[in-house]
Design a protein. Structure first.
Length: 138
């Protein structure tokens, strides 16, 4: 009986790990609070109806799991965010499409040239994370 319970718990744990998202989903209000509190963090802007986001998330997941980095996510799909919040987000971040990953330091969005636009390779993600001090180059 104990073996069966251990096997079931192991299966539940494995399934939970496999389905784990590579990010922490937040709403616009939480994002605005982080900006107001002058926090530093990585923000991934994506959409559930974006095929490039699906591909990017698989790559992002490998990097996040390997380096244990926290990435926050805002879903900008129509049903997930109000048009007012999306406009406010765009006023702060100035993004033109998804997936977009921006680096925020002390509540300020880093330069447009210091971000990840599109579904890039894991090497590009790692390079950006190193450049912004979220992981150390090995």
């Amino acid at each position: 009986m104990k073996k069966i319970i251990v096997i079931i718990l192991t299966c539940i744990f494995i399934v939970g790990c496999v389905n784990k998202k590579p990010y922490i989903e937040i709403k616009y209000k939480e994002f605005a609070n982080k900006i107001e509190n002058k926090e530093s963090f990585i923000l991934y802007i994506g959409s559930t109806d974006c095929s490039f986001c699906e591909r990017y998330e698989k790559t992002l997941k490998r990097v996040v799991n390997k380096y244990n980095v926290d990435v926050y996510y805002i879903n900008v799909a129509k049903e997930k965010i109000s048009s007012e919040d999306k406009t406010s987000l765009n006023n702060v971040v100035d993004f033109s499409g998804t997936p977009t990953t921006v680096f925020i330091k002390a509540g300020e969005v880093e330069s447009r040239y210091n971000r990840i636009d599109g579904a890039v390779t894991s090497d590009k993600i790692i390079e950006a994370f190193v450049r912004n001090g979220y992981i150390e180059k090995k």
